[in-house]
Design a protein around this ligand. Structure first.
Ligand SMILES: [Zn+2]
Length: 130
């Protein structure tokens, strides 16, 4: 049976060869805790999917990688506000769904707002019951 990773193997190897040919500083690939392959490029850590996304947009250049990494970093540091209470949502300490961590609204009377990068803004009623 083909695994998802092997679909990426050839395009990612080609993308890595392309970056090396462009004299980028490409380090040894590693497997992250979530099982995704990560590649150090010019001091940034990018997953195979992110590299292929940049490659598909013809942005696999030192400039494109820096722009992309800085945008991800900025997004990670931008607070997410509850759409109801306009207060900063906090990271949950537990995983609401397998591999998906949600932010919750710390409003004192309770709030059903949840947010994740994958789903955007939802409420707890949008979550499948456990
Ligand atoms: Zn709220």
């Amino acid at each position: 049976m083909m695994t998802k990773r092997s679909e990426y193997e050839y395009p990612i190897n080609r993308a890595i060869r392309k970056m090396i040919a462009m004299k980028m500083n490409v380090g040894s690939s590693m497997v992250r805790h979530d099982g995704k392959m990560a590649h150090p490029v010019n001091g940034y850590i990018l997953t195979s999917e992110q590299i292929l996304e940049l490659d598909s947009k013809n942005e696999l250049t030192s400039w494109g990688i820096r722009e992309y990494a800085e945008r991800l970093d900025k997004e990670a540091r931008t607070p997410v506000l509850c759409p109801v209470h306009q207060i900063e949502m906090l990271d949950t300490t537990e995983w609401d769904l397998p591999n998906m961590r949600f932010k919750y609204c710390p409003y004192q009377d309770g709030c059903t707002a949840r947010y994740s990068k994958e789903t955007g803004h939802i409420t707890t009623s949008d979550l499948p019951s456990r």
